[in-house]
Design a protein around this ligand. Structure first.
Ligand SMILES: Cc1cc2nc3c(=O)[nH]c(=O)nc-3n(C[C@H](O)[C@H](O)[C@H](O)COP(=O)(O)O)c2cc1C
Length: 239
């Protein structure tokens, strides 16, 4: 599980994105085709991602009517939704597009009708996509030491892949920027798990999946291929 061909361009994309809610237009035809191809590649391990153009987004998103819907088969860990969805976000970023994860910013009835949602399927999030009105800005995140209990230099002593994985994981987006993860790094692994107190649990597992994709991209940047294993309260990566 959590196996994916990582693109080199995503290494920069993890640091170059921020949520976009105002757009100057939808992606053009060529961009839509490229995103459509990627959605097909990302549709496995219990998740299907489909692109739509038309009504469905609430008014907090302005200037685009294009969005991707993440459809999960019953029993699929929510982390997979975050992992695959964030791959689409990073590819869109690398293509120069803006995006925004939406847990609440869409009309569920329209989306369910569009995707012809089956009884054993659920939609928890959609992703708005389009041409951003403004450039991305560095989003606020918890300090590195608070997230993993280590400085960048201490992480570097463990290994380059651990350092790059944790730095990329730290900047992952999450619902209402809660960053509901605890990151632990040691000589052999990087673990992303639930902290003891999570105020807003609804998307915590999905957020964790987003964070795991960022860690995977960080390890890739250091020349390593990540392998994830379920552990108590989260997932551990060896690379
Ligand atoms: C699972 C999830 C759900 C989200 N839902 C919404 C939403 O409904 N409306 C919205 O404006 N932003 C939404 N966001 C965007 C977050 O608010 C944003 O990612 C976070 O504040 C961090 O900022 P950044 O994306 O600019 O780095 C969501 C993000 C995630 C990961």
């Amino acid at each position: 599980m959590f196996e994916l061909n990582i693109e080199k361009s995503w290494c920069d994309a993890v640091y170059a994105r921020s949520s976009v809610r105002k757009y100057t237009g939808a992606p053009d035809k060529e961009q839509l085709d490229r995103l459509g191809v990627l959605c097909r590649k990302l549709s496995w391990q219990g998740v299907t991602i489909r692109m739509f153009k038309g009504p469905g987004l609430r008014s907090q998103i302005r200037g685009t009517d294009v969005y991707a819907v993440i459809i999960a088969k019953q029993g699929t860990p929510m982390e997979v939704e975050g992992f695959m969805g964030e791959a689409l976000v990073l590819e869109a970023t690398a293509m120069g597009l803006g995006s925004c994860w939406l847990g609440a910013g869409y009309y569920p009835d329209i989306i369910s009708r569009n995707v012809n949602l089956q009884n054993d399927e659920a939609v928890h999030c959609v992703i708005a996509l389009g041409k951003a009105q403004l450039p991305a800005f560095a989003p606020k995140r918890k300090p590195l030491e608070k997230v993993c209990g280590m400085t960048e230099a201490q992480l570097g002593e463990l290994g380059t892949w651990q350092k790059e994985a944790v730095l990329a994981a730290r900047v992952a987006p999450s619902a209402i920027n809660m960053q509901p993860w605890k990151i632990t790094a040691d000589k052999t692994s990087v673990t992303i798990s639930e902290p003891t107190a999570v105020l807003y649990k609804k998307y915590a597992a999905l957020d964790r999946g987003i964070c795991m994709l960022h860690a995977t991209v960080g390890a890739f940047k250091a020349g390593r291929k990540a392998a994830w294993k379920k552990v108590d309260g989260g997932y551990a990566m060896r690379a």
